[in-house]
Ligand binder design. Sequence first.
Ligand code: SAH
Length: 344
Amino acid sequence: MRKNIKNYDLNDLKEELILLNEKPFRAEQIFKWLYSEKVNSFNEMTNLSLELRKKLEENYSLGLFKIEKKLESVDGTKKYLFDLQDEEKNLIESVLMSYHHGYTACVSSQIGCKMGCKFCASTGIPFSRNLESGEIIEQILEIEKEENIKISNIVFMGIGEPLDNYENVMNAIKIINNPKGLNIGARHISISTSGLVPKIYDLADRQIQCTLSVSLHSSNNKTRSEMMPVNNSYPIEELMKACKYYIEKTNKRISFEYALAKDNNDNLEDAKELVKLLHGMLAHVNLIPINKIEDGKYTKSTNENIIKFRDYLNDHGIVATIRRELGSDISAACGQLRKQNLKE
Ligand code: SAH
């Protein structure tokens, strides 16, 4: 089987070329074709010899996707359903949001998700496999080509748990960061995790400059375990210990995500508990009005409660903002992504 050429960061591609008895500097030329020119075939790489183009074609694929469906929200957010063109005909979703500071792509890291969070639509689909690095990269490239834009921010908040596909995600980030690759700085990348504690320690030790978002959603183990089974493996005490280690090691602020569900985690007692938990930490709280999923038991908090919750946090020394809801009319908002858009 041909390997996806977009799985390789520049140095690794140089190694590949050496194995093919080619000069390593060709890797830089290929990178330019892949990530600046965004070509759709090896044949378009016109500064490479015909022989090399043929060799590449025989050994590698370009990992191109087909846009199966594209939906546009009234707020301008766009959602893509990509056909990965692999043997299993897998489909994934990615989202493009436009902000005044530029374009943000929300990418998927796995086909399906193992975490089983009760409030998330990605839970309704069985896990089939990790995405390769090239498949993470391709989501960004396909959107840039389709829209004729340059994406400036990446959030790993689509389908899947990025830290459960750790190596491929870390490698994709190298290609995203590489000035000769997608050239998006680490500070413009957010990784969101349901709280895989050992990987948080690992990220801290790597001194990675990306923003870490941790899906907290409750400050007590009972409610958090009900919402997120991962809490049974890594309860709040262990999670917070890892977060504190991360902050100490990197001197970076962690963004805690907290999806507010009516009568579940949204009353004043919950806000008090959260203040206690995050007291003194370099943290920011991102409040998300929960998006109800089909057959889901969690419903959105009232606007009044959301604002009260935020104000309580802000009044007690915890910086909290309410995440602007984008794309909910096309099921592109938080927790609404699926492997396959079955409806319509
Ligand atoms: N697996 C990663 C990334 C997933 S999605 C993680 O768990 O962090 C990004 C964010 O959307 C997470 O904070 C997730 O908990 C949240 N989310 C999932 N379903 C949601 C829903 N129905 N409403 C609001 N936020 C949701």
